[in-house]
Design a protein around this ligand. Structure first.
Ligand code: GDP
Length: 434
């Protein structure tokens, strides 16, 4: 019975929501380990569309327990809104969800701090979603944050809240911004919300470890993608948490020795939202075509995503830092109809081939991608459900990516629906998923 981590191998939006939702039926528990309500997963179930920002996609399967781990930061209002949205769709969340008592809490003043930081002329705008997630992590690391357990203890909460609110008022003053935060109202709101959330909060590290001890299967769901990881991504154009596989352990309290496999999710091409280096970006017609065909607009913000070609050096790098056992390639159908498909096989900078991912953004920005062109396929892959049915050129494309990245591609997705997915027979993926 294997416990798996499923995470993004690019810059997020790889289609993890669909994959986690689909595989969830084989698991007893699905746990989110980082991020906040900025990670929009779009899941289509029949003609119903769910955008899940905070609650793990596993929630759409009755009987699957969903956990929000200690590594996640939680805006109580966003959590309650998500629960209401699912309740109204007839999905029982309250009976199935467990929230870590060690998860940190987002407050309205975190959003204020983020806006100040993003708006400053002397600071590079990261292109965040301005939901206060980064500043909440800052307070966590700064050891002045407020955790779920603190929120639920009125005396402790009062003291910590006074300190944090004062701290933010000082920041507002220092930056000369209008401080229209109603500190006392916020305090009361949070105390009210705490009572609604209280029954859902527990020691989720214990819950997960007990589940594993009892032979239950746990899936760890990553949000964003490895290239947005605070340590391993294109810093500073990253998110504020550990999206890479290691984050699954620190973000849930489950040891690496309890994890049996790590699956990466990648698009058949690549996209990025917000600022930052993007070596294989296509700013021309073909990039636009991919954006339209793939409906590449942010599920939380609606922002158009930047589009480009599959990046082999990037994938090799993310495979290294995550130790992928197998890859899921999504949105193969989006490439249907292209005469040729480019793949970035190498990076060159200052005339020389780079053999590692450079940490300097200035260098990343200067990279000249080296492309190989592969033939497109004559008939569509959209909706196909068996590997053998895929046109030969599409299978060749998959084989090429496997060879270049050195990672098995054990699953291919040919559409947004659950059944538009091919798990390859005899693959390591098939064994791990079970
Ligand atoms: P996530 O955050 O990684 O889950 O990705 P998003 O939800 O932001 O984006 C994935 C989008 O692509 C969603 O609208 C999915 O319904 C859709 N999708 C997922 N897999 C496929 C696929 O194989 N083909 C197509 N055409 N759409 C897909």
């Amino acid at each position: 019975m294997s416990n798996l981590i499923v995470l993004g191998s690019q810059w997020g939006d790889e289609g993890k929501g669909k994959i986690v939702d689909l595989f969830s039926e084989k698991f007893d528990v699905v746990a989110r380990y980082q991020g906040g309500h900025n990670a929009g997963h779009t899941v289509l179930v029949g003609n119903r569309k769910f955008v899940l920002k905070l609650i793990p996609s596993g929630v759409l399967h009755p009987g699957v327990r969903v956990v929000i781990g200690n590594g996640v930061v939680i805006d109580p209002q966003a959590l309650l809104d998500a629960i209401t949205m699912l309740d109204q769709a007839g999905i029982d969340v309250r009976g199935n969800i467990a929230i870590s008592n060690r998860a940190h809490v987002i407050f309205p003043f975190h959003r204020m701090v983020e806006k100040v930081s993003e708006g400053r002329a002397d600071r590079t705008a990261i292109g965040t979603t301005s939901r206060g997630i980064g500043p909440c992590y800052e307070d966590k690391i700064g050891r002045r944050g407020i955790r779920m357990a603190d929120l639920l203890n009125p005396a402790v909460f009062d003291t910590l809240y006074n300190f944090l609110a004062e701290d933010k008022a000082t920041t507002a003053k220092a930056f000369g911004i209008e401080n229209d935060l109603h500190i006392e109202e916020i305090r009361k709101d949070y105390m009210r919300m705490a009572e609604r959330i209280r029954p859902l909060v527990c020691d989720t590290a214990r819950l997960l470890n007990d589940a594993i001890r009892d032979g239950k299967r746990v899936m760890f769901e990553g949000a964003q993608g490895t290239m947005l990881d605070i340590d391993h991504g294109t810093y500073p154009f990253v998110t504020s948490s550990s999206a890479a596989a290691g984050g699954a352990c620190t973000g849930t309290g489950v040891a690496p020795t309890r994890i049996d496999g790590i699956l990466g999710v990648s698009k058949a091409y690549i996209t990025r939202v917000g600022s930052g280096p993007f070596p294989s970006e296509d700013l021309g017609e073909e990039g636009e075509r991919i954006r339209k065909a793939g409906n590449e607009f942010g599920s939380v913000t609606g922002r158009p995503r930047r589009c480009g070609w599959f990046d082999v050096p990037l994938l090799r790098y993310t495979a290294m830092v995550n130790g992928f056992d197998s890859l899921i390639v999504t949105k193969l159908d989006v490439l249907d109809g292209l005469k040729t498909i480019k793949v970035c096989t190498n990076y060159k900078a200052h005339g020389a081939v780079l053999d590692t991912m450079p940490p300097e953004n200035a260098l990343m920005e200067k990279i000249e991608p080296v492309y190989e062109e592969l033939p497109g396929w004559p008939t569509p892959t959209s909706g196909l459900t068996s590997y053998e049915e895929l046109p030969k050129e599409a299978r060749d494309y998959i084989a090429y990516l496997e060879e270049k990245t050195g990672v098995e591609i054990g699953c291919v997705s040919t559409g947004p629906e659950r059944n538009q997915t091919i798990v390859r027979k005899g693959s390591r993926m098939e064994k791990l998923i079970g």
